[in-house]
Design a protein around this ligand. Structure first.
Ligand code: NAD
Length: 505
């Protein structure tokens, strides 16, 4: 990623920006309390947003419902939807540096990754602009005389998009682009940690020409999310976040028979065989768990290493980890930024104690990096060895830069340990044996398997989890199916009057 010029941070002591919700095409202040948005590198509060509750959510859903049923968006032609998505993509491209800078100031992710993600947003929009004009049904030859029978895919109505803080814009785009391509309207509830970049993205959607109400944003915490999920006019809840919140959301949506898609947590294995290219494997393992300070759902947090190369690989990992450049997320030299919030930093720290008390051996990191005594929420890339599959550090998602190294004997042992988890989001396999790669890909129970690579995602590539990692798939042209319902149409082409008491005649 070549460096682009980013807008500078506001001067120290600058007044925090007051941001409203974006509802019905206008900024609204919200009636209740406000939430601080903090820069995890400087510690400064740089924005405030409404802590929305029932009233704000009700307004936003009503506006999106109106936009779905009336006005220019209701029944907008596929070509119109595609054109708006392309215009939106143009604006995202034009404002990419600004969006990157906003996200990095919210969650502390280094811009070298963040900016690539921002540029990916417009590619995502363009792909789904194409999809908008290819949402087809089927003509199905039903075995009944004089019958023409076909299906169409229709938008659902108001979609609620609930997003986490680690990749606020990308994970929103995975929902927003297919939802809009299919003709839905969307109410977004971003994480309380990262609401400002989402508000700006929604403003760009409006500038692109999406009518008021098609994309609304209500900020706030879990309570705003709960109100949105419970709202009877929300047809689909598209959620990315923790497994714990996902369970509550599935129960609430299920209680009123609303649809939901859930992209949840993970404890992904990154498996290194003794026939692997170890230079490549070391980079893949280090990037898999330490990129974005481990705050990714697909973090390769369980590093499974074949016994014959265990000690050598650990030594190489420790050496490589020591060279990782932690620093200001807004600097292009930085490889790893900060932990996103003090609460998340506490959680990460607590797992160091958990792992140590369970008997794992700390061989790298374990706390603040040397010389880090400022306000930045840094945590040193950390490696534990002698981890056993039953330890909490091997079972629970930390969502931070902690690698748990587990040895294995052979292929069967690797599969057994890899699948010994409630999650099933990603998995990496490092081997030079093609047959083994294919056997592992088929035996591991996870939504994605990477062979001799790790952490790649793309708008054409279906993404989602097994088990506690979620329900449904995002990305890829078929993702649009999650945002549509199939309608079946039967037409009698005129063979005369049918027997009213036997529809099968
Ligand atoms: P979180 O579950 O705490 O919050 C996610 C969003 O849901 C936020 O907007 C939050 O305000 C809201 N929320 C929380 N509880 C809610 C409830 N009961 N009802 C309605 N809304 C609620 O997650 P987080 O801490 O923001 O993000 C980290 C988690 O996200 C990790 O577990 C990570 O694995 C997961 N994640 C998954 C993916 C994926 O694609 N599978 C991607 C990124 C992050």
């Amino acid at each position: 990623m070549s460096a682009v010029e980013l807008p500078p941070r506001p001067a120290p002591g600058a007044k925090a920006e007051d941001c409203g919700n974006l509802v019905d095409g206008e900024r609204r202040p919200g009636a209740g309390a406000r939430l601080d948005v903090n820069d995890p590198f400087t510690g400064q509060t740089w924005a405030r947003v409404p802590d929305s509750g029932e009233a704000e959510v009700r307004e936003a859903v009503a506006s999106s419902r109106r936009a779905f049923l009336e006005g220019p968006w209701a029944g907008a032609l596929p070509a119109t939807r595609a054109k708006l998505l392309h215009r939106f993509a143009d604006l995202v491209e034009r404002h990419a540096a600004e969006l990157t800078q906003l996200q990095a100031r919210e969650n502390g992710k280094a811009v070298r990754e963040q900016h690539a993600q921002t540029l990916g947003l417009s590619a995502h929009l363009r792909f789904f602009a194409g999809v908008a004009e290819t949402i087809t049904g089927q003509t199905i030859p039903v075995s009944a005389r004089s019958t023409f029978h076909y299906t169409v895919r229709e938008p659902l109505g108001v979609v609620a998009a609930l997003t986490p803080w680690n990749s606020p814009l990308a994970l929103l785009m995975w929902k927003l682009a297919p939802a809009l391509a299919a003709g839905n309207t969307v109410v977004v509830k971003p994480s309380e940690v990262s609401p400002v970049s989402t508000l700006r993205l929604a403003e760009l959607a409006q500038e692109a020409g999406f009518p008021p109400g098609v994309v609304n944003v209500v900020t706030g915490g879990a309570e705003a999310g709960r109100q949105l999920v419970a709202h009877p006019d929300v047809a689909l809840v598209a959620f990315t976040g923790s497994t714990a919140a996902g369970r509550q959301i599935a129960a609430a949506a299920g209680g009123r028979l609303a649809r939901c898609t859930l992209e949840l947590g993970g404890k992904s294995p990154n498996i290194v065989f003794d026939d692997a290219d170890l230079d490549a494997a070391v980079e893949g393992v280090v990037g898999g768990i330490f990129a974005a300070a481990g705050q990714t759902c697909i973090a390769g947090s369980r590093v499974l290493v074949q016994a014959a190369i265990h000690d050598e690989l650990v030594e190489r990992l420790v050496r490589r980890t020591a060279r990782i450049r932690l620093g200001d997320p807004l600097s292009w030299d930085t490889e790893v930024g900060t932990i996103a919030s003090p609460a998340q930093l506490d959680k990460v720290r607590s797992y160091v104690d958990v792992a140590a008390s369970e008997g794992a051996e700390l061989v790298a990191g374990g706390g603040a990096p040397d010389g880090a005594d400022g306000p930045a929420l840094f945590f040193a890339p950390t490696i534990f060895t002698r981890v056993k599959p039953e330890m909490r550090i091997a079972r629970e998602e930390v969502f931070g830069p902690i690698a748990a190294v587990l040895p294995f004997d052979d292929e069967a042992d690797a599969v057994r340990i890899a699948n010994d988890t409630a999650f099933g989001l990603g998995a990496g396999v490092w081997t030079s044996d093609v047959g083994r790669a294919l056997r592992m890909a088929s035996s591991i129970r996870s939504g994605t398997v990477w062979i001799n690579t790790y952490r790649k995602t793309n708008y054409v590539s279906p993404f989602g989890g097994f088990g506690d990692s979620g329900i449904g798939r995002e990305n890829g042209a078929d993702a649009v199916h999650e945002f549509t319902a199939t309608k079946t149409v039967w037409i009698d082409t005129g063979s005369g009057i049918a027997d009213p008491f036997n529809p099968f005649a």
